[in-house]
Design a protein around this ligand. Structure first.
Ligand code: ADP
Ligand code: MG
Length: 250
């Protein structure tokens, strides 16, 4: 689905991503691990069009998508989750979902004035879709809650929910488990597995929690110092000497 070829992203003289090559297979849940500072988030940001690469290539199903801006990738179904932005924290959880598809009829003045019926219809459909997403994620009881009041884990679920409002194909999750309690982390894991199995989403997941990675991810890719060190099952990765050395060295 996604191929990264000899990717570099330098900051001044510092090589945050230093010739990384990897493949994310269609319909896989690929794990990306590595010590802090390995370049994982930077790699995600380059793939997702948030940062331009210094050099190298990213393709999706053979098509060159290197450096495409996030909104173009969004239309291709490539999504990177972000923390719920400040301006969204005062909206309800349901509203946070309803704004994702964008380009709704109500957004042009003409439609707002003259086509009320159409807008109402569209809004009802979006509301229904949002409520289905909340039910899927087992947070339907939070629909009217302001997003800013959610716990860290609930916000992560909402981020995942936002990817379900559009036809996502590849979803990049950066440290989805950070600061999340075990119960909620399991719920997030269940949701990822269901989205993968039932909707055919491909995932690439950065996470430090090895139980989570072991339950969800195959294969697992390990990065260190901007490069890919190893790829395999989690057990293979854990037994890899270069990987052990990289973790010990930090
Ligand atoms: P990881 O996600 O694996 O912990 P990052 O991709 O966040 O690693 O960072 C890799 C390295 O690149 C780190 O040493 C970090 O300090 C550096 N880095 C990341 N973003 C920037 C930036 N915008 N400017 C300068 N250095 C950066
Ligand atoms: Mg990171």
């Amino acid at each position: 689905m996604i191929a990264v070829e000899n990717l570099h992203r330098h900051f001044g003289g510092f090589r945050a991503v230093d010739g990384a090559s990897l493949r994310i297979q269609d319909k896989s849940i690929t794990g990306l691990i590595g010590p802090n500072g390995a370049g994982k988030s930077t790699l995600f940001n380059v793939i997702a069009g948030v940062l331009p690469p210094t050099s190298g290539r990213v393709t999706m199903a053979g098509e060159d998508i290197t450096g495409l801006p996030p909104h173009e990738l969004f239309h291709k179904g490539v999504l990177r989750t972000f923390q719920i932005a400040h301006e969204f924290s005062s909206m309800t959880v349901r509203e946070n979902l309803m704004v994702v598809p964008g380009a709704q009829a109500g957004e042009t003045l003409w439609n707002a004035w003259f086509r009320r019926a159409l807008i109402a219809q569209e809004e009802a459909a979006l509301r229904k879709q949002a409520d289905e997403v909340l039910e899927f994620l087992t947070i339907d009881h939070l629909a009217e809650e302001k997003a800013g009041n959610l716990s860290g884990g609930q916000k992560k679920l909402l981020e995942l929910g936002r990817t379900m409002m559009v036809d996502a194909r590849v979803v990049f999750l950066d440290e989805v488990g950070a600061g999340v309690n075990r119960t909620l982390l399991n719920t997030i894991g269940d949701a990822i597995i269901r989205l993968n199995k039932e909707r055919g989403y491909t995932f690439c997941v950065i996470e430090h929690d090895m139980d989570f990675i072991g339950r969800l991810c195959d294969p697992v890719i390990c990065m260190a110092e901007g490069k890919v060190l190893a790829e395999g099952t989690l057990d293979e990765i854990k037994a890899n000497e270069q990987v052990i050395e990289a973790y010990l060295g930090t």
